[in-house]
Design a protein around this ligand. Structure first.
Ligand code: DGL
Length: 271
């Protein structure tokens, strides 16, 4: 493929389900001339309660699907895959790979005034301690408190973004955080920005919430620019949305995130 063709190639974005759409939104806002191929592995969501070996296998299959469609870069729009599979993914594919953990940790460290950072994420992400390691590599004295919120992903996939049950469950999880002492909270799962309203109702409004998708979008911009792979400004962007199983709530979640409707989702197989 010539360099001109590579610049016009889509960016691959994958998540276990619909949460990665929050990352797609952040990337589209920053890079409006880029085309995207989004893959939500809705047949196998959630990843956050699976073993590391399974998450690595699913992630490699998702990346192989995107590579078969000639993407120029891959955004791992899933913190769980980023925490457990980034090394394997980087070894397996020949295009730039952007994960969520390093950009999210760097943004939190930059925002934190008193080095008290909280993290919420899936069981697998929290157990991996990937954020903690990334934060301590940048700012060794930082106090890190983390809580796994395993029911958040099914609530989002079910479209329960702001219901009394969601608020009650969020309250129970978030009370385990020393929220008064924290000065920054990482939303360490790409589904969680969809629950921001509920989270803000429970935690102090003044607590900055880090959307890892926004941080990763900035990193992607930098990586594409330095590899001379940005699409030229006049390019007409095209998006393709693929899922591995039917997801009735996708249109409603997309409507909440995007001003214009997304193209209809195609059902694909990745394994
Ligand atoms: N959006 C994924 C993440 O960021 C959700 C993981 C899951 O499927 O449990 O971790």
């Amino acid at each position: 493929m010539s360099r001109d063709d590579r610049r016009l190639a889509p960016i691959g974005v994958f998540d276990s389900g619909l949460g990665g759409l929050t990352v797609l939104r952040a990337i589209r806002a920053l890079l409006p001339h880029e085309s995207f191929l989004y893959l939500g592995d809705t047949a196998r969501v959630p990843y956050g309660n699976k073993s590391a070996a399974t998450v690595v296998r699913y992630s490699l299959e998702n990346a192989a699907f995107l590579m078969r469609h000639h993407v120029k870069a891959i955004v791992v729009a899933c913190n769980t895959s980023s925490a457990l599979a980034l090394k394997d993914l980087t070894q397996a594919v020949a295009v730039p790979i952007i994960g969520m953990i390093a950009p999210g940790a760097a943004r939190a460290v930059a925002m934190s005034r008193h080095q008290r950072i909280g993290i919420i994420g899936t069981t697998a992400t929290i157990a991996s301690r990937a954020y903690e390691h990334a934060i301590h590599a940048l700012a060794p004295g930082t106090t890190v408190d983390s809580v796994a919120c395993p029911l958040f992903v099914p609530l989002v996939e079910e479209g329960w973004l702001d219901t009394p049950a969601t608020t009650m469950i969020a309250g129970q999880y978030l009370e385990a955080l020393p929220s008064r002492d924290l000065d920054t909270l990482i939303l360490g799962c790409t589904h969680y920005p969809l629950l921001q309203q509920v989270i803000h109702r429970i935690l102090p409004r003044s607590l900055p919430l880090i959307d890892t998708g926004e941080a990763a979008a900035a990193e992607l911009h930098q990586v594409l620019a330095s590899a001379d792979l940005l699409a030229p400004p006049a390019t007409l962007a095209r998006d393709r949305i693929c899922v591995t199983d039917a997801t009735p709530h996708l249109p409603r979640i997309a409507e909440q995130l995007f001003a214009a409707p997304l193209s209809p989702a195609e059902i694909v197989s990745v394994d």
